[in-house]
Design a protein around this ligand. Structure first.
Ligand SMILES: [Ca+2]
Length: 182
């Protein structure tokens, strides 16, 4: 039977947040993060939605089109003893091409586009992997990007690329066959 543990992490800004980890017999590590669980800087904002995990999600509140302000910053910790590949999944709302991407970075690694349209558009929440940004943002490739993560603390930064883009929750997993779903 699968269970979850909640680790309280006190961020530098003084806000407590919850990092959820599985602790069943699975050899894999899954780290689930609420997008609204860390720092949210304008023009990003927190929106209430009963269909969102935790009842809230983060939206880029900037005007539609390419923008440059705002961020959601969430810290997490990788366990284990070795650097290994992870996939990142996001629970996103991608209704149309006007608001379907963020800029994404982990730690000091190069920033890249996170296209939330790689599984198509939908009026409801869907899970999508972070993918390599090699198709010019045309959302043609839904192959998950491998992120090499060492044990220890890390920071995810989502910043503005297209106003209206929305994200609810993220899962980092070293189970490279895992497909996130509700
Ligand atoms: Ca959420």
């Amino acid at each position: 039977m699968r269970g979850v543990a909640f680790v309280v992490v006190v961020a530098a800004c003084g806000r407590a947040r919850f990092e959820e980890r599985t602790f069943d017999a699975s050899p894999f590590e899954h780290i689930a993060l609420e997008a609204e669980g860390g720092q949210v800087l304008p023009d990003f904002g927190i929106v209430t939605d009963p269909a969102a995990s935790g009842g809230q999600y983060v939206m880029d509140m900037a005007s539609l089109g390419l923008t440059g302000h705002g961020a959601a910053i969430v810290t997490f910790e990788v366990g284990g003893a070795d650097t290994r590949p992870f996939h990142l999944w996001g629970r996103v709302l991608a209704t149309d091409p006007a608001g379907d991407s963020f800029v994404f970075a982990i730690d000091s690694q190069p920033m890249q586009a996170f296209h939330t349209c790689v599984n198509g558009y939908s009026p409801t929440w869907q899970w999508v992997p972070l993918t390599p940004d090699h198709d010019g943002g045309m959302c043609l490739d839904s192959t998950a990007l491998e992120l090499a993560l060492a044990p220890g603390p890390h920071t995810v930064v989502l910043s503005s690329r297209e106003g209206g883009s929305s994200i609810d929750r993220m899962i980092l997993t070293d189970d490279l066959a895992y497909v996130a779903a509700d």
